[in-house]
Design a protein around this ligand. Structure first.
Ligand SMILES: [Zn+2]
Ligand SMILES: [Zn+2]
Length: 376
């Protein structure tokens, strides 16, 4: 071990090799310097991005959602004590740039690197096989310990169940935030959710919290639609396999919205080919939002944009951590936001291969890795 890695702790972690494979191996995570915090992980959510990250340049500590406890702090850290439960946030705001100052922390001009950026001081943070290793979104939550900048952390109340709260920092924030922050849905509005996985169910819950009077859930799977009803959808429609153009689904949405189309439609299918599909479900002057982070080339008919329609691609639900996470936690406490029902299975770190396979098979709303015995 080099002198850089002084006071390092051993940490079992999932290491992506860059070729689609990964393994659970021993790493060393050094002590915090400057404005850094070393976190002992309690739980980490599993997301489709983690599967994609298996082909990112390796070696890479996987995982970008999580919750844990402050284990040690650098000398410049203020406001966090050892033992404090914290939520980790992958869009780490610097707090000082023009975007951060305008509460657009998710678009921080200084922290846009997805997987390459170093922590606050120029010193290797994690070693694997005696070499420095990068972490997914500068977090690497599929690890017993991780070293992060203090700005990546939001304190969690001690009564919050960490295995549930750990999913706030991705799917829930993306879905609820896109409704509240990006679309700004108002009481009485009509909303369509295309796709009812973790993000789509969060859209539905956000729309219910915002007071939308018509919330239409669309999915191919009947069990997903049953979950959507339980979480606040006022209407559901099962998309038939043969309805590839979504024509029947569009007709049904119109029938529920006085023939006009909905005020808002959110795409949360994870399928890039459906990037422009939400435009079909909205009225003139309505807003379509694409939440799957679609990339590559997708073609659309300009007829779908008629007339005065807005098309948004919100990143991470416009997350501004200090504003939004306390709000989400409050809604959990008030019984308005149900994250417990979204965590449908818990795994150990060594069960990560099963967890990823289950995710790809659509078995869970959200699967979560639990590292330690945690509060109920
Ligand atoms: Zn994610
Ligand atoms: Zn910034």
């Amino acid at each position: 071990m080099t002198s850089d890695m002084i006071d390092a702790v051993n940490s079992l972690a999932a290491i992506g090799k860059g070729d689609g494979s990964f393994a659970i191996e021993s790493t060393q995570v050094r002590a915090p310097l400057g404005n850094e915090v070393r976190v002992r992980m309690a739980a980490a959510g599993i997301c489709h991005t983690d599967h994609q990250s298996l082909s990112w340049e390796g070696p890479l500590v996987l995982g970008h959602e999580g919750a844990g406890w402050v284990e040690s702090i650098g000398p410049e850290v203020s406001g966090l004590a050892i033992g404090q439960p914290v939520l980790l946030n992958w869009a780490i705001p610097c707090g000082h740039c023009a975007q951060c100052l305008q509460t657009h922390g998710h678009l921080c001009d200084r922290t846009q690197g997805l997987s390459t950026e170093s922590p606050s001081v120029d010193s290797p943070h994690t070693h694997w096989r005696n070499q420095s290793v990068r972490r997914s979104f500068n977090l690497g939550t599929f690890s017993e310990y991780t070293l992060v900048r203090a700005e990546a952390l939001t304190p969690l109340p001690t009564h919050q169940n960490m295995a549930h709260a750990c999913i706030l920092g991705c799917a829930v924030m993306t879905g609820v935030g896109s409704v509240i922050n990006s679309a700004k849905v108002q009481p009485g509005d009509s909303v369509v959710a295309l796709g009812c996985g973790g993000v789509g169910l969060s859209v539905i819950q956000g729309a219910r919290i915002a007071g939308a009077s018509t919330i239409i859930a669309l999915d191919k799977r009947s069990e997903s639609l049953a979950r959507a009803s339980a979480m606040g959808a006022t209407h559901t429609w099962q998309i038939a396999e043969e309805d590839a153009t979504l024509e029947a689904a569009v007709t049904h949405v119109r029938s529920l919205t006085q023939g006009r189309g909905a005020d808002y439609a959110f795409e949360a299918t994870g399928r890039h080919s459906l990037a422009f599909a939400p435009l079909k479900f909205i009225r003139h002057g309505g807003t379509a939002l694409q939440l799957s982070g679609a990339h590559g080339e997708v073609s659309a008919s300009m007829f779908d944009f008629w007339w005065d329609k807005r098309y948004l691609t919100p990143l991470y639900g416009g997350c501004h951590p200090s504003r939004d996470f306390p709000k989400l936690l409050n809604w959990i406490d008030q019984g308005q936001l149900d994250v417990a029902s979204m965590v449908t299975r818990q795994y150990t770190l060594s069960q990560l291969p099963d967890a990823i396979n289950d995710m790809l098979a659509g078995v869970n709303i959200k699967g979560v890795i639990v590292f330690h015995e945690i509060n109920k």
